[in-house]
Design a protein around this ligand. Structure first.
Ligand code: AP5
Ligand code: MG
Length: 221
């Protein structure tokens, strides 16, 4: 059982890396942002509730978010462990997660903090395209799809996230530094933090993360 959190600013590559690393280590990838976007696409009550917050670039209230992620965590396919991407995002969420896992006799093993400069974050977000069906992430400059507008994996339609407009990106960055960055100290104090340089190619960053993890995994077993 190996439970990992990926933390990092918007555009740091949490989603891209979580999906690569989850595949390599046979873990379940749980992305709170993807769950909200799926709910929005399906027009559910959860999606409608989340929409007003997401389009402003602010956090969805904890009571909505925590319940949604906990439901995913208790699903049976996560017996090898999970990668949490985009959750927790503030101290109350981190504390709720710790106590929920504790009640199940589980814990977070490692927290991967992906570090990228602000100029690079802004560049990445302005070129991001996503698949409406399977959420695969592309970048118009760095990793374009084979056919413009179409997902390589499932043929789904690609779209740009409405919260990737420049003014919302700035708000999301402000929210990250004010509310989420303090989690880095929280996990450093617990001895769980791995700081990974997030610039370089996607494959390079994946290699850095995977090579930092197994030794740590053996150490925590
Ligand atoms: P969420 O979906 O989590 O967005 P985010 O944290 O802003 O992060 P992003 O998804 O924008 O970036 P990423 O780090 O995943 O980067 P990616 O891999 O896509 O949250 C959205 C909203 O939902 C929030 O604002 C909030 O409202 C709500 N929400 C979600 N979770 C919540 C929570 N826990 N509590 C409350 N509210 C919550 O990569 C970005 C781009 O860069 C892509 O184009 C990619 O191809 C490219 N790229 C990736 N790696 C590289 C590389 N190495 N080199 C060059 N380009 C790269
Ligand atoms: Mg993401």
């Amino acid at each position: 059982m190996y439970n990992i959190i990926f933390v990092g600013a918007p555009g740091a590559g949490k989603g891209t890396q979580a999906s690569m690393v989850a595949k390599k280590l046979n873990l379940v990838h749980i992305s709170s942002g993807d769950l909200f976007r799926q709910a929005l696409e399906q027009g559910t009550r959860l999606g409608k509730q989340a929409k007003t917050y997401m389009e402003r670039g602010v956090l969805v209230p904890d009571e909505i978010t925590i319940q949604m992620v906990m439901e995913q965590l208790s699903a049976p396919d996560g017996e090898n462990g999970v990668i949490l991407d985009g959750f927790p995002r503030n101290l109350p969420q981190a504390e709720a997660l710790d106590s929920a896992l504790d009640r199940q006799g589980k814990a977070i093993n490692k927290v991967v903090s992906i570090m990228v400069s602000e100029a690079e974050l802004i560049k990445r977000l302005s070129g991001r395209w996503l698949c409406r069906q399977c959420q695969t992430v592309y970048n118009a400059v760095n990793s374009p799809p084979r056919v413009a507008g179409k997902c390589d994996k499932c043929g789904g339609e690609l779209y740009q996230r409405p919260d990737d407009k420049p003014e919302t990106v700035q708000k999301r960055l402000d929210v990250y530094f004010a509310e989420t960055a303090p989690l880095i100290e929280y996990y450093r104090r617990q001895g769980k933090l791995l700081e990974i340089e997030g610039e370089g190619s996607v494959e390079e960053v994946t290699r850095r993360i995977v090579s930092a993890l197994p030794a740590e995994k053996l150490a925590t077993r």
